[in-house]
Ligand binder design. Structure first.
Ligand code: NAD
Ligand code: FES
Length: 296
């Protein structure tokens, strides 16, 4: 069992939990995820790691109460426990394996949308601890829905907060701020890392393509079981079939077929849709990512 040491609501329907999981804390890297299960009958929920403390043996997760299971999870309190807390899973952010001298020369822009701010935080924090100051745009629909602002300010080179309704920070969506920074404020970037809702990542990629900024996205939102078996996270990247949970979650955003992924996500929601996808694509993870062995 994995004890919850702290549980709080960050804003309406978004929850933070600090969980005692020493083995995960010891091994995890920014960009990776865990799969949690409340009890033996519980659904497996993949969640990107928001923070970790190797000394204390804790891992922090942030999640939104969207389905029945995450709403049930939201009722957990400090001293309750998760039945499973498996990880770290997925590939770590590519930034952390780059040469530090090269990395320090790079101008890096993170774009975090809504709950996607949580998985951006450990990457920016890791860079800060390694002497790299990255610019960060954090977008939310309105001021009350902003999360982790102070935490992010403490580790970002420059923090740009945007709200869609203009109630705080810059007015408009994150894409507007990307354009303003580059075209009006003289900024230039070597790489952009965008994490948030699929629709945001799609439009960030359209904008950064125009601005010629290579862009990495995290496709955590299309995962269901996180094991390479359910087939939910199948996505076409540069014309090749990939599975976000085994091949990602991070991919070259300019190569991702977002429209297909979002359409497939909608179809996958119903039993009828899943049956249709099985008939078209095969039973589980047989798509041929070439890495996990599911197609051999
Ligand atoms: P949201 O809908 O409030 O959007 C956040 C910001 O994204 C907005 O403020 C806006 O600036 C930008 N945005 C949204 N639509 C846009 C568009 N069409 N063009 C340009 N910018 C746009 O976000 P939310 O409600 O917190 O998002 C929840 C979603 O985030 C869930 O679907 C969840 O799966 C996903 N999520 C993704 C990750 C990840 O790893 N990618 C992690 C956690 C959550
Ligand atoms: Fe099920 Fe990736 S989430 S195959």
């Amino acid at each position: 069992m994995f004890q919850i040491l702290e549980a709080r609501e960050l804003t309406e329907n978004i929850y933070l939990m600090v969980v005692k999981a020493p083995r995960v804390a010891k091994a995890c890297q920014p960009g990776q995820f865990v799969i949690v299960r409340m009890d033996e009958e519980g659904e497996r929920i993949p969640l990107t790691i928001c923070d970790y403390d190797r000394g204390a043996g804790t891992v922090t997760i942030v999640f939104q109460g969207v389905g029945a299971e995450t709403k049930r999870m939201a009722a957990l309190r400090a001293c309750d426990s998760f039945h499973d807390f498996a990880g770290p899973l997925g590939c770590a952010s590519e930034l952390i394996s780059e040469d530090k001298t090269v990395l320090k020369q790079k101008k890096i822009l993170f774009v975090a949308g809504g709950v996607g701010t949580a998985p951006v935080y450990p990457q920016v924090k890791w860079l800060h601890e390694n002497g790299v100051a990255a610019d960060v745009i954090v977008g939310a629909k309105t001021r009350d829905l902003l999360i982790l602002e102070e935490e992010m300010r403490a580790v970002a080179g420059n923090l740009y907060v945007t709200t869609d309704d203009g109630s705080y920070g810059r007015s408009g969506m994150v894409t507007q701020t990307i354009q303003d920074l580059v075209e009006k404020e003289g900024k230039s970037y070597d790489v952009c890392i965008a994490i948030g809702p699929m629709i945001m990542m799609k439009f960030v990629c359209k904008m950064t393509e125009q601005l010629h900024i290579p862009t990495v996205v995290s496709l955590n939102p299309i995962m269901v079981d996180g094991t390479g078996m359910c087939g939910a996270c199948r996505v076409t990247v540069g014309g090749e079939v990939k599975f976000a949970c085994v091949d990602g979650p991070e991919f070259d955003g300019h190569k991702v077929d977002f429209d297909q992924a979002m359409k497939r996500q909608q179809i996958y929601k119903t039993a009828e849709g899943r049956a249709m996808l099985r008939a078209q694509e095969g039973d589980t993870h047989h798509g041929g990512c070439g890495n996990c062995g599911g197609d051999r």
